[in-house]
Structure formats: C-alpha cells, structure tokens
Design a protein around this ligand. Structure first.
Ligand code: G3H
Ligand code: 13P
Ligand code: NA
Ligand code: ZN
Length: 328
C-alpha cells in the first residue's frame, strides 16, 4: 500500500534501522527495488527527481509506482519527490499523488544560488503547511552538499551551489538545525556532512575530516527526535567500477560513502539514506558486460534483464546492511 514517509521513518526510529531511498526513472529500476523488497521483507521509499520527471514524464512515473503498489500489496511503499525546488513544484507533486515531498530550500529556485536561512525557513514552512493538511510528509534540507576536499558545491548532476563554499556552509550547524526544525515543523531533515551527489565524491577512502559522521552525532544530540536524511550516500563499490572498466568504460578513481559509516550514522538518527549512483553503476556494469560477451544480441529485454538483476542485487545488500530487512 502507498503510505506516508513519516509512518515508515517513525517505525525505523523506534526500532533503530535505516531505510534506503532509491531514485527511480524507469520500469526496470522500479521492478528491481520491489523484487529486492519482497525478497528481504523491506518497506520501500522510491523517489523521483526533477530529472526523472523530465526523462519519464510525471504520468509514467506515477503509474509505474502505482503498478508496484498493486503488484506487491503487502509492501508499504512511499512515493517521494526528491529535491523539490519550490513550493509550487511540491504542490504539483502532492496533486499528482506523491505521499512525501522534499522542499530543498538550501538553494534558490535556480538550483545553484545558496539561499539565505530565512528563505529556507519560509519556503519549507509553506510546504509543511500545505502537505500536512493532506497527510503528506515533508523533508527539508539545511546546509549545502559538497566536498570538504575541494570546498566545491555539488555540481556533478547539474544542480548544486556555484563557486567555493565555506566550512559553515558544507557542514550543517546543530543549533541552526534545532531552530530550523522548530520553525518549520518538518518531518525529516537532510543534512550536509561532506557528501555530494554522483560517482565522484571523494578522491580517497573518506576519513572523518572529509566525511563528518561526528557532525551527525552532534545534530542528533541536539535533535534526538528528528529523522535525519543522508543525501549523496552511494557507496560507489570498487568492484562495480572495475567491471565497468573491464568492459570498456572509462571511470576515474573515486570513492563513495562506506557502508560501515552509514551503519554508524544509523545509530545516531539517520533514517533515510538516498541512493541513486550505485544503481546506475550496477546497471551500467551489467549492460557493458552483456554487450562485450554477446556482441550479436539486440533485444532490449536481453540486456535489461541482467541490468535489472544487478540493480536488485544492490538493493538487497542495502536493505540487509541498513537493517531494513524484516520490517515491511
Ligand atoms: O538528486 C540527485 C539524484 O541522484 C537524481 O539525479 O537529477 O540526474 O535524476 P538526477
Ligand atoms: P547518490 O548520487 O550518492 O546516489 O545520491 C543520491 C541522492 O542523494 C538523491 O537525492
Ligand atoms: Na561529485
Ligand atoms: Zn539528494
């Protein structure tokens, strides 16, 4: 059944686990997530970005997720809008039937200018007012995703702050977070701790100076009852990079967020962990391998089947590692 995100996050907090939120853009990704959830008995958060809506079209996304809900009636499913850039966009998603929306007021509507704090409070509060009236959950964001190695904003997927950032902008302030939650009354808070979207997060396996799990602990201490959200939380498995390279891909050396760091964060209030890149890498590795091994094949079903299986494999792993399994 389609459920609100608040309901799932409250249960996760009560029982001390985290829930991966997977980005979806097409049929095979939706099926992969549902097969993994069914196999592990996990609740599901599927999220659609602005890019996903542009790629698939809102109607297709809505009914793909609706098909998932109907095909797996015993699994709770959240249909979440990822990174909404204005109250109008969030209202549109609510009208379409999303059960959860993110108002990302850390940036202005252009998606690249850092917003001032009052703007963020104002737009997030507006979305909370309209969403809560109809039982829809709201995620907000305070702080800017970006790299503590380069002090650059998150640019890889085209939305993210321009120019050099300061430490204060790249790490969410616990006191300001407390004020933000009090003023907006949101359900879940996305924080900045040195992660960024995409495959190129860290040039080395991250240590505490460039991935601040300690900042999560400080925020959790100040806000023990607030559900925290980690964006940019793909782990970028080295074996997937190796597979992509082996079969003709060109990807630079790079590191993601280690699963054991996410597991530590789950002990300190992190309930939603956003993952898109790992599914992209898994599907790409599988498709590259398929074509390398089967150069004469041309039926999309034949190459999308291993891609879907690889995506499912990542989802099963994360449901198990984050403690989501068994909680549907
Ligand atoms: O928000 C970031 C997600 O990875 C979605 O990326 O905007 O390319 O769909 P996208
Ligand atoms: P990744 O690029 O690390 O998968 O992050 C996805 C995300 O945060 C979507 O909002
Ligand atoms: Na990046
Ligand atoms: Zn994100």
């Amino acid at each position: 059944a389609l459920v609100s995100m608040r309901q799932l996050l409250d249960h996760a907090a009560e029982h001390g686990y985290g829930i991966p939120a997977f980005n979806v853009n097409n049929l095979e990704q939706v099926q992969a997530i549902m097969e993994a959830a069914a196999e592990t008995d996990s609740p599901v958060i599927m999220q659609a970005s602005a890019g996903a809506r542009k790629y698939a079209g809102e109607g297709f996304l809505k009914y793909l997720i609706q098909a998932a809900v109907e095909s797996y009636p015993h699994i709770p499913v959240v249909m979440h809008q990822d990174h909404g850039q204005s109250p109008a966009i969030c209202q549109g998603a609510i009208n379409l039937g999303f059960s959860s929306v993110m108002m990302d007021g850390s940036l202005k509507e252009d998606g690249k200018t850092i917003a001032d704090y009052e703007y963020n409070v104002d737009v997030t509060r507006k979305v909370v007012d309209m969403a809560h009236k109809v039982g829809v959950t709201v995620e907000g964001e305070l702080g800017c995703l970006g790299s503590l190695e380069t002090m650059q904003g998150d640019k890889e997927d085209g939305h993210g702050a321009d120019g050099k950032l300061t430490m204060d902008q790249l790490l969410t302030d616990p006191e300001q977070a407390a004020d933000f939650v009090r003023k907006t009354q949101l359900d879940a808070l996305a924080i900045a701790i040195g992660t960024s979207h995409g495959a190129y997060k860290f040039t080395r396996k991250p240590t505490g100076d460039i991935l601040s799990i300690s900042r999560i602990k400080e925020i959790h201490k100040r806000l023990p009852n607030t559900h925290l959200v980690m964006h940019g939380s793909s782990s970028v498995p080295q074996e997937l990079l190796a597979e992509i390279r082996e079969f003709g891909g060109d990807m630079k050396e790079t590191y993601g967020v280690p699963v054991e760091e996410i597991q530590e964060a789950i002990k300190y209030g992190v309930r939603k962990i956003n993952i898109d890149t790992d599914i992209r890498l898994a599907m790409t590795g599988a498709v590259r391998r398929f074509f390398a091994e089967n150069p004469s094949k041309f039926d999309p079903r034949e190459y999308l089947k291993p891609a879907r299986a690889a995506a499912k494999g990542i989802c099963v792993k994360r449901y198990t590692e984050f403690g989501t399994a068994g909680n549907a």
